[in-house]
Design a protein around this ligand. Structure first.
Ligand code: TK8
Length: 334
């Protein structure tokens, strides 16, 4: 009798919970596009996002991942979200500067010393304030994922010092801070969408590129690049975005579920990316890449050479923003 009572209670609770789900969540398919391969840290995190969201909403909200820029490159997907033709994406913050130029702040070289500093700035007031600026532009910035510290690869020569970059045709993201920075290093910076990068490297339209080791591995750049130089010149965030047009039509419960899932996906993604990073280095070695680490002295020289790029960004209406970030970093560091 007692046992039967428990079962009844459990059934009542389950159906109550079930009906609450039915009322709060509408069946929706979320097209979640991204630029990297399905078998990458980005792809794994999109999958984790989809799984968590399905669980949280009783299978009502279904995120469908579209890998390898099959829905478009970062900029195209941002515009698709703004227009309401796509629901979600994850892109490099660097590719958002055409929509909100303050995002260039994260592209300044040698801003963060380690991942923990990046986490506390991105997840704290500074990062939230910046993400909130996107709403007026038609985008909802949900969370930051880790793309990671960027390093250089090329097919010409090992880059061990500033002078080695002279004349190297280097693909950069479509972002003025990157263009200025690499030109100030003496390279020939060529802005190009990531989706066109492998072919550009293969055909030698460009000599090199810069990305975190996870991406160099998952995009198989080792097939077309010989040299990897560890510079960690910029910590590159990814940002998970939703279309505001679409978001505004969601119920409060749906928004809450997506926000909660976004946080879960962020923690999953950062942990996974950090673990994958050292494995990626081993794989790149096995694949025959020649790897060198730049000395602190050479990194200081790079930082010096990049000062005009930083000054230019500040002068373009961002003096306060740069000061704010420096003050927040100073707080973290003491
Ligand atoms: C993927 C890009 C990539 C970025 C780049 O779509 O373009 O180099 O690092 O992660 O956003």
């Amino acid at each position: 009798m007692k046992k039967f009572g428990k079962i009844l209670l459990a059934t009542a609770l389950a159906s109550c919970f079930g009906s609450a789900l039915a009322a709060d969540f509408n069946p929706r398919i979320i097209r979640f596009g991204y630029g990297l391969a399905e078998d990458s840290n980005q792809g794994r995190a999109v999958k984790a996002f989809a799984e968590d969201l399905a669980k949280r909403t009783g299978g009502k909200l279904r995120a469908k991942g579209f890998a390898s820029a099959s829905l478009g490159n970062d900029n195209q997907m941002q515009n698709a979200l703004i227009g309401g033709a796509q629901e979600m994406t994850v892109v490099s913050t660097a590719t958002l500067v055409g929509i909100e130029d303050s995002f260039g702040i994260y592209d300044l070289p040698f801003v963060f010393r380690n991942e923990q500093e990046a986490d506390s700035i991105l997840d704290g007031e500074f990062g939230k304030k910046l993400a909130a600026k996107l709403e007026a532009k038609g985008l909802i910035g949900l969370v930051y994922w880790e793309n990671g510290f960027r390093n250089l690869t090329n097919s010409k020569r090992p880059i061990t010092k500033l002078e080695d970059m002279q004349g190297v045709k280097l693909r950069v993201m479509q972002n003025p801070v990157y263009i200025d920075m690499f030109n100030s290093f003496g390279a020939n910076a060529i802005p190009l969408a990531f989706s066109e990068l492998f072919t550009a490297l293969e055909s030698r339209t460009v000599d090199g590129q810069e990305n975190p080791v996870n991406t160099i591995q998952s995009s198989k750049f080792y097939e077309v690049q010989k040299y990897l130089s560890i510079t960690r010149h910029v910590y590159s965030p990814w940002i998970v975005l939703a279309s505001k047009k679409w978001w505004d039509g969601l119920t409060a419960a749906e928004k809450k579920a997506i926000q909660e899932t976004a946080l879960v996906s962020r923690d999953f993604e950062r942990k996974d990316s950090r673990e994958a990073g050292s494995k990626a280095m081993d794989i790149l070695k096995q694949k025959g890449m020649q790897i060198n680490v730049l000395s602190t002295k050479e990194l200081d020289r790079l930082q010096d050479a990049a000062r005009p790029a930083i000054a230019k960004f500040s002068a373009n209406g961002h003096t306060e923003l740069v000061k704010e970030l420096q003050a927040d970093l100073a707080k973290i560091r003491k």
